[in-house]
Design a protein around this ligand. Structure first.
Ligand code: SF4
Length: 175
């Protein structure tokens, strides 16, 4: 059960801020897009299973259509050749969108310090939450989802139009 945002309550009425209501709705209805290329993806499968049950956090609607999803979860080793594909998927997602790097490979290239592996997906897209581990346990992935939920709940409705956010995207060559 989601907690009510702060507000003023009286007999027959409850008043709060629009941003808090939007944040509450968004954070409890995340639609993840799993971009799983290797072992970390298996941990994600476990996270979606009945034991860990990501549905408890309103995130059971996993989608493979970037235009409908708002949380890109990159799990696994990303070869440099896959970098443009990750970026293309990110570009196809509508705002507001968030990105989670799951596991050492997605965060930093992990043990694959080689010519062919991208040393972290934050070289091609901005990342909101990093989940460490090789692989992270499902508890770690759930912790990452809770961190993303915190970000979503507290994000200003104006952030996506702010000069700072545009500057961040421009640093990735995104208009
Ligand atoms: S971080 Fe470890 S478990 Fe995850 S994809 Fe890389 S090698 Fe596999």
């Amino acid at each position: 059960m989601a907690d009510m945002p702060e507000g003023h309550q009286g007999e027959g009425f409850f008043a709060t801020k629009l941003g808090d209501v939007v944040g509450l709705a968004r954070k409890n209805s995340i639609w993840p897009l799993p971009f799983a290329t290797s072992c970390c993806g298996i941990e994600f499968m476990a996270t979606m299973g009945s034991h860990y049950d990501l549905a408890r956090f309103g995130s059971e609607r996993v989608g493979f259509s970037p235009r409908q999803c708002d949380l890109l979860m990159v799990m696994g080793t990303i070869a440099k050749k896959m970098g443009p594909v990750v970026r293309q998927v990110y570009l196809q997602m509508a705002e507001p969108r968030w990105v989670m790097a799951v596991g050492a490979c997605a965060c930093s290239g992990g043990i694959f310090d080689t010519y062919s592996v991208l040393q972290g997906i934050d070289q091609v897209v901005p990342v909101d939450v990093y989940v460490p581990g090789c692989p992270p346990r499902p508890e770690g992935i759930i912790d990452g989802i809770l961190k993303v939920q915190d970000l979503i709940a507290n994000e200003s409705l104006r952030r996506r139009n702010s000069p700072q956010y545009k500057e961040l995207l421009q640093s990735y060559g995104i208009q």
